[in-house]
Design a binder for this molecule. Structure first.
Ligand code: URA
Length: 243
């Protein structure tokens, strides 16, 4: 991790912003390995230092991975002047200043969105060559056919835009599961539009090998388990596992 300023280290843990940390330091409430910290510019190795703030030991967690069941009507963004975002929905104790959604779901799409501060994972997760497939439940406005399955399997062409082959499984009247490894703008809606049907409901159920936790109500979130984090990390580093 290397050496970092103490105000940066502690504010990244979400308890308070940098000015709040400065005030705590000024008040003599911050200790590093038992020694009073006097200035916010002092640098420490967060992985090798025990910090105490106001008498409480602080465990430094570098990366966080949160699964949220995004409701419709909420933006996949960190901040927005007008609309509620997925970050706004997090309970206070899960909020950190550096969190962002890894990839986007449309405002009217619901389901699994990953919130993290791990930029490398987010970037790789979205790259098609990492083969992190995302599974969606799709409801549309007509019956789907084996012709649609085939068109998706061959890769949809839509004007200038080509989409990689995608697997479609019909699960009911006007309903399918579709798996894609790209994350192009409105991708699922545009693929369905290209075969002559409109999407009327869209929910993401799985990212890589990690399923949306069915016990999460819309708007609720939880940390990924260690097994789930390892599953995602293995996948983006090219260790393929069974779906
Ligand atoms: N494809 C879409 O069209 N919208 C989403 O939100 C996700 C995938």
């Amino acid at each position: 991790m290397g050496m970092e300023r103490i105000d940066k280290i502690l504010s990244s843990q979400g308890m308070t912003g940098r000015s709040g940390i400065k005030a705590l330091i000024k008040a003599g409430k911050v200790f590093a390995d038992g020694k009073l910290v006097k200035r916010p510019e002092e640098k420490f190795d967060p992985a090798a230092t025990q910090f105490t703030v106001d008498g409480q030991k602080i465990g430094i967690q570098q990366y966080v991975y949160i699964m949220m069941n995004k409701p419709q009507g909420v933006l996949s963004a960190s901040k927005d002047k007008h609309a509620r975002t997925v970050i706004d929905l997090l309970p206070e104790e899960m909020k950190r200043r550096d969190l962002f959604p890894a990839g986007r779901l449309d405002k009217d799409t619901e389901g699994f969105i990953l919130l993290t501060n791990d930029g490398v994972l987010a970037h790789k997760m979205l790259a098609p060559k990492s083969h992190v497939y995302k599974l969606y439940e799709v409801h549309c406005d007509r019956n789907l056919t084996s012709g649609d399955i085939q068109a998706f399997a061959e890769g949809i062409r839509c004007g200038e835009q080509n989409f990689l082959p995608a697997e479609m499984k019909i699960i009911g009247e006007n309903k399918a599961l579709v798996e894609i490894c790209e994350g192009k703008f409105h991708q699922i809606k545009r693929m369905f539009h290209a075969v002559g049907t409109e999407v009327i409901y869209l929910k993401r159920l799985r990212i890589g090998g990690v399923w949306l936790d069915e016990t999460l109500d819309a708007g609720q979130a939880r940390n990924l388990t260690n097994t789930e984090v390892i599953e995602l990390l293995n996948r983006i580093h090219g260790i393929q596992q069974a779906k």
